[in-house]
Design a protein around this ligand. Structure first.
Ligand SMILES: [Zn+2]
Length: 372
């Protein structure tokens, strides 16, 4: 047995994957026991390294350096990284509809029945596997029932519920976890060239997902939230601020609607069944996006209130998410901050119980205002 696969050793290719010990253990064991499955379901939050792990898994098996279990530098590993290796196929949803159709699945299935070109095994990775259309899923199911030898399918998804249960039950599930703030900080510094202060702050705001950290980095939301607190200090009418905040959320909804729409040319390429499924997926995605955006706003408000408390207690700027806002923090008394936090804690419940969002936002603004 190669050194990489001796008990307690981690194959080299997995060493650049962080905070996913359980997933890595499952995969390493399956190589060690020579029981590499025909199909895996990699599921868990967005932006925590699922696809990266799938590629590392392919390296562990295809890299000629069996001692190390993936060397990073050989022709095989380099081409896997670049996604140009002939035995690695990454299937992504394409076109604006972003649906993997029956035609695509048929092509993939016929490919899967040929021997791999170079290595001992072919890897077919579905990035966003929940985007495989239902007719295509039904088709794919038949393949999973009699899987081709030498091919491993990896279905990567943050929404396993959108995949037919009959498909899920034929895949070995591999669950992925949220990342630690330290990991996110390191990735932001090393791979995105952010400075350490900025990286620390974003890592703390990221809720364990690198994609969320980048989204906050590239997004206007933190500024919008900061602006709300500035207006409150300056005694602007909370009702007016609530209105502006709702306008902001409406803009986000319109952006999501534009992003998730289908035009007539695209519709022509799909069956009526696929169009219906797509409409359902798209409207679910718009709702999910809008509520995700609203959640992020609540989270940022929460961070700011937390900052105020810490600053009141310690006068230490270094522990704050929003150190640039300390000048206004003294306008809030601790008891006001506690009651605002208490209200904020109830907001999700109100929204779940379908209390009109506008009313919740107005009440929230009054709860946040230091002058009421
Ligand atoms: Zn290699």
């Amino acid at each position: 047995m190669s050194k990489a696969l001796e008990k307690n050793n981690i194959p080299n290719a997995f060493k650049s994957i962080y905070d996913q010990e359980i997933a890595i253990r499952i995969l390493t064991n399956s190589i060690r026991n020579k029981r590499v499955s025909h199909a895996y379901l990699f599921w868990g939050p967005e932006g925590v390294g699922k696809k990266l792990t799938a590629k590392a898994f392919a390296k562990t098996i295809l890299c000629p350096d069996k001692e190390l279990g993936g060397c990073k530098n050989c022709n095989t590993c380099v081409r896997i990284d670049k996604e140009t290796h002939p035995d690695l196929l990454i299937v992504k949803p394409t076109g604006k509809t972003r649906l993997i159709t029956v035609d695509t699945i048929q092509e993939i299935i016929s490919l899967a029945h040929f021997r791999p070109y170079e290595g001992e095994r072919r890897f077919i990775i579905f990035d966003d596997a929940d985007r495989i259309g239902i007719p295509a899923q039904t088709h794919f199911l038949k393949t999973l029932e009699e899987p081709p030898s030498n091919t491993t399918f990896i279905l990567v998804t943050a929404n396993p519920g959108l995949i037919l249960s009959t498909i899920r039950s034929r895949c070995q599930p591999v669950r992925f976890q949220y990342l630690q703030p330290e990991t996110i900080k390191r990735i932001l510094i090393e791979e995105k060239s952010l400075n350490p202060d900025e990286a620390t702050k974003l890592a703390n705001l990221s809720q364990g997902q690198i994609s969320r950290a980048l989204e906050i980095y590239q997004n206007s939301k933190p500024l919008v939230i900061l602006e709300i607190f500035n207006k409150l200090v300056n005694k602007k009418d909370p009702l007016k601020i609530a209105e502006e905040f709702e306008d902001f959320l409406d803009t986000l909804r319109k952006t999501a609607e534009a992003e998730f729409s289908i035009n007539s040319a695209e519709k022509k390429e799909l069956t009526p069944e696929e169009i219906n499924q797509l409409k359902e997926i798209l409207s679910a995605e718009i709702e999910a996006k809008v509520s995700h955006e609203f959640e992020s706003c609540l989270f940022l408000i929460n961070c700011m209130l937390r900052d105020m408390l810490i600053y009141h207690q310690t006068q230490d700027k270094s522990m704050l998410y929003y150190p640039e806002a300390v000048e206004i923090y003294t306008s809030w008394q601790p008891e006001k901050i506690y009651s605002a936090l208490e209200f904020l804690g109830k907001v999700r419940g109100y929204i779940r119980r379908n209390i009109e969002r506008g009313k919740v936002i107005r009440d929230l603004l009054f709860a946040l205002s230091p002058h009421f």
